[in-house]
Unconditional design. Structure first.
Length: 84
């Protein structure tokens, strides 16, 4: 994945590989010492089953490691995003 500026992804829809909308990107969490992106903070779609994901208040956390593409949408591999 090439370089992407945070301003260009703010508010983008998060979808799974099948195209189902999971929510909208609200923020990112990064590791301060390394700068590594850890999680996407997502305002979930009202139809999303939030029980499958880690939650933080009204938002769900999706590991950045589950991102497979960033274009018009942020596409994630849901099998790598669900909590264990």
């Amino acid at each position: 994945m090439g370089k992407v500026f945070s301003g260009s992804i703010d508010g983008k829809e998060i979808v799974n590989i099948d195209g189902m909308v999971l929510g909208e990107l609200k923020n990112v969490i990064l590791e301060a010492q390394t700068g590594k992106l850890v999680d996407l903070v997502v305002r979930p779609d009202k139809e999303l089953n939030r029980m499958k994901y880690r939650e933080e208040g009204r938002h769900v956390l999706i590991p950045f490691s589950s991102v497979v593409a960033i274009k018009d949408y942020i596409v994630i591999d849901e099998s790598r995003a669900m909590k264990i």
